[in-house]
Design a binder for this molecule. Structure first.
Ligand SMILES: Nc1ncnc2c1ncn2[C@@H]1O[C@H](COP(=O)(O)OP(=O)(O)OP(=O)(O)O)[C@@H](O)[C@H]1O
Length: 876
């Protein structure tokens, strides 16, 4: 078995590191509360304080003075590195205090955690936690951690964290040892064969100082015969810890019923392959030290053996204190000669200081946790502990860095392991040779406990088995009864199944027929909707057909004087018809949404009747339309055949004018002279031109208007006829494909349809009436025009005859008058009878003597009014 402790060799001044000092002040325990002992500790924070790590002790009435702390009246303040109060839990301590050291340990540094303080202040609690927390194995969580109880201390947490960090790394070896120093005696807490007061010299632990195998002038401490157990899981480490704690010497004291009277060192040795070498394994060590209580002997009431024990304890701690003092003074002085005087550090004066030589002022990174009580009754021990702590804070260690740390060749390590294996093999064969199986006591106890537990379980199982057998018998008898019931029930179930099948069958049939009905109803509904839509469309179409009719009628009515009444009535009718159509639409919509299902049932039969009725009406309607068409054609023929002959009119007018002139000339007959002939000619031409022009304008205007009206009328009638024919065709196509609709409530629709048809009839009648009336009016106008034409023709004839008579008379007159021209006018007496005037000059002379004819003279008032009246009517 090998254990090595490196001798400190400073690498550089920069690597100096002070011992970290942490104070943990627990809350008052039951005894302190019962003793009504006041709290004398004042901390910056109940949990922890790193920024302002002071702790003040209220010494009122204590009369305590001196020490290295600062005194303010009755208060004494100590400055350390970290202060933890009553609210600081175990996890916080591990994270803040131990984790930095643990990381250094993984990197190859030797590290030490020391718990120092008065009995009962929580040293063991801080380092191990309550021992009962380790009574069982812990399950590993997914992240390699463990769900700890709050009271678990530093060592178990370090073990868990170690294997969590090493997870996946194959090149490592972990060994643990657990050492106790009691009365300056070393005790191997993991040695099963160790017995108190053992005379087995071979098994005695001895401390040797040996040269380091790295040949670098470093010294190592070797503890001969110390058990070092290989572990590869945290649970194995827990078991070792539990085992060691059990062996730990405890004794009853007044201060702490389960107080530990010894110092213990739990060491974890880590052999880890150097990052850049396959042969070298770096050795690092973590010492977790739980020192014995530092209480006052007198106060503890130790007597006899216990007094000796108490003295021993204090001897070790006193030496530790002196070492701490020396190191503290050595580090705080700069004087070289003084330094030389102080250079002797009394490590060798106690085994405790020899064991901790490397941790205090050596090459180890060290943290001291000083545990204190807050109660006034412990104030002296508290002040003493804080004195130690503040001195330790001055101590500088020289940790050896990763490169210079102790290492071991792989082959040596393997050789060590092989030796271990050989030794274990020998143990095993010797055990076998004893013809049985040798077990260590703990394993034996465990097996016995397990066996007892199994026996108890077996008994419980047997008892349970007996009970179950009894229950089984009961169940068997119940089962027979149940079997009978089950058979009856099965029969009933069969019967019910049959019934169910029948019902199922019937249900299927019903469903099928329901589906059929549903489908029919859907079809009917669809057909009816389509029918309704078509009906609506037809109604809309009829309406849109009637609309232009009405518009045309309105336009035609504008041209007829006495059509206002008809227009009004027709408009009224139109509005009424629109209202009715809208009402029909509304009724249809409402009807289709509410009464549809019942209507569908009777609709088919009634629709047939409707069809018949509709056909009847359709025939009469068709005939009426045909008649109307015939009438229109007649009208068109009549208009086409009716010609207004301009020549005849002209002739008539001429005759009329001639008659007038004849009358006029008969009045002038006796006074005419030779110039009358030219005058007559010019007058006749003038009158003829005027009359021709007037009559031509009148007749042309009338003709154009009449033709336009006739064409409009014809167009409208053709359009009406086409629309009506389209309607009829649409209706016919509907009637030819009648929807299959059923049952009773269609009466309403029939009624509506009747009304609709009546309305249509009414419209047609009105159309016919209107048509007839217009025909009559136009015929009457044409008769009037013809009459007027006849009278014009008559007048024209008369005029012509008159002109002929006048010409004849004029010839007679001219023949008669020419030889006695001088007699007619005295003013012509000077004119030579043989000399003839040029016609133009003659005309001028005659025209100046003949009176001009006015319109009223040419056309007597009564006749003129009549002509104008006729023209106006023709324009209308
Ligand atoms: N910070 C703390 N929080 C809760 N309980 C604590 C704390 N410190 C100590 N205790 C409790 O106080 C009791 C004494 O603690 P512990 O045995 O650890 O004292 P100790 O200093 O190790 O004593 P000794 O020197 O005699 O071994 C234990 O029951 C422990 O659970």
């Amino acid at each position: 078995m090998i254990s090595r402790t490196g001798t400190p060799v400073p690498v550089s001044q920069n690597s100096l590191s002070n011992i970290q000092v942490v104070v943990r002040c627990r809350g008052r325990n039951e005894k302190e509360i019962a003793a009504k002992s006041a709290i004398v500790t004042e901390l910056p924070n109940d949990r922890y304080s790193i920024i302002d790590p002071y702790i003040t002790i209220n010494q009122t009435n204590q009369g305590v003075s001196g020490g290295s702390g600062h005194e303010f009246n009755n208060y004494k303040t100590f400055k350390v590195d970290q202060v933890y109060g009553s609210q600081a839990d175990q996890n916080l301590m591990f994270e803040k205090v131990v984790t930095p050291l643990f990381n250094d340990f993984l990197m190859g540094f030797n590290v030490t955690v020391l718990a120092y303080g008065q009995t009962g202040t929580g040293k063991t609690y801080t380092m191990c936690g309550n021992p009962e927390e380790l009574s069982q194995d812990y399950d590993e969580l997914e992240d390699g951690g463990v769900e700890f109880n709050e009271n678990v201390g530093i060592i178990p947490r370090v073990l868990v964290e170690l294997f969590r960090k090493l997870n996946g790394d194959d090149d490592y070896v972990v060994k643990c040892s657990f050492l106790e120093l009691y009365n300056e005696d070393l005790k191997d807490l993991l040695d099963d064969e160790y017995e108190e007061n053992s005379k087995n010299i071979k098994k005695r632990l001895r401390i040797f100082e040996v040269n380091n195998n790295n040949n670098n002038n470093k010294k190592s401490i070797l503890i001969q015969n110390l058990t070092e157990e290989y572990i590869n899981s945290f649970n194995q480490g827990f078991r070792l810890l539990k085992k060691g704690l059990k062996k730990r010497k405890t004794a009853f004291t007044k201060l702490n019923d389960f107080s530990s009277r010894s110092h213990t060192i739990f060491t974890i040795n880590l052999f880890r392959k150097q990052p850049n070498s396959s042969e070298l394994f770096r050795i690092s060590k973590m010492n977790l030290v739980d020192l014995a209580g530092s209480e006052n002997i007198n106060k503890s009431g130790a007597i006899n053996q216990r007094a000796k024990e108490a003295g021993s304890i204090n001897q070790s701690l006193l030496t530790l204190g002196r070492v701490i003092n020396s190191l503290s003074e050595l580090n705080s002085t700069t004087n070289t000669s003084t330094k030389k005087d102080l250079s002797h550090i009394p490590y060798r004066e106690s085994k405790l200081t020899r064991l901790l030589q490397d941790s205090i002022g050596g090459s180890t990174k060290t943290t001291l946790i000083a545990t204190i009580s807050p109660a006034k009754i412990n104030i002296e021990e508290t002040l003493s502990t804080l004195d130690y702590a503040s001195k330790a804070k001055n101590i500088k260690n020289v940790p050896i860095n990763g490169q210079d740390c102790e290492s071991i060749m792989k082959r040596i390590l393997v050789k060590n392991l092989s030796n271990e294996l050989i030794k274990m093999g020998l143990d095993l064969s010797s055990t076998r040779s004893k013809n049985g199986i040798y077990l260590n006591e703990e394993n034996y106890q465990e097996i016995i406990e397990t066996s007892n537990s199994l026996k108890s379980s077996l008994k419980e199982v047997n008892d349970e088995n007996t009970l179950l057998k009894l229950k089984l018998k009961k169940f068997e008898s119940i089962n027979v009864t149940n079997q009978k019931s089950i058979r009856t029930l099965n029969q009933e179930i069969e019967e019910l199944k049959r019934l169910n099948e029948d019902l199922h069958h019937t249900n299927n049939k019903l469903n099928t027929s329901l589906d059929d009905k549903d489908n029919k109803l859907k079809d009917l509904s669809y057909t009816f909707n389509q029918f309704t839509e078509i009906l609506n469309e037809n109604l809309s179409l009829s309406f849109s057909t009637i609309e232009p009719l009405l518009t045309s009628f309105n336009e035609a009515n504008d041209k007829v004087d006495d059509s206002n009444n008809l227009l009004k009535s027709f408009q009224n009718f139109k509005f009424e018809l629109v209202d009715r159509l809208n009402t029909i639409k509304l009724n249809l919509n409402e009807f289709s949404s509410t009464n549809l299902p019942s209507i569908l049932i009777e609709f088919k039969q009634l629709f047939k009747k409707l069809h018949q009725t509709f056909e009847t009406h359709y025939h009469s309607f068709e005939e009426n339309v045909k008649k109307m068409k015939l009438n229109n054609e007649k009208l068109l023929n009549y208009i086409a055949n009716t010609e207004i002959n301009n020549d005849k009119l002209e002739q008539l007018i001429k005759e009329k004018v001639a008659g007038q002139l004849k009358k006029m000339y008969s009045d002038f007959n006796t006074n005419l002279n030779q110039l009358v002939e030219e005058h007559q000619k010019s007058s006749l031409l003038f009158v003829n031109d005027s009359i021709k022009s007037i009559n031509h304008d009148i007749v042309t205007d009338y003709q154009s208007k009449l033709i336009t009206t006739s064409q409009d009328w014809n167009k409208v009638n053709v359009k009406y006829t086409t629309n009506i024919e389209k309607d009829i065709q649409a209706m016919n196509s509907q009637l030819n494909e009648p929807p299959i609709i059923e049952d009773s409530k269609v009466k309403d629709i029939i009624h509506l349809q009747d009304r609709n048809i009546n309305d249509l009839k009414h419209v047609m009648k009105m159309l016919n009436d209107e048509d007839t009336s217009n025909h009559k009016k136009i015929s009457k106008q044409i008769i009037d025009i013809n009459k007027f034409n006849s009278s014009l023709l008559l007048q024209n004839d008369n005029l012509k005859n008159g002109i002929i008579d006048i010409n004849k008379s004029l010839r007679v007159i001219s023949n008669t008058v020419e030889p006695t021209a001088t007699h007619i006018s005295p003013s012509r007496k000077s004119v030579s009878p043989t000399r003839r005037l040029s016609p133009a000059k003659e005309n001028l002379k005659i025209s100046s003597k003949i009176p001009k004819l006015t319109n009223s003279e040419m056309f007597p008032p009564s006749k003129k009014r009549k002509v104008l009246h006729q023209t106006d009517r023709a324009n209308m």
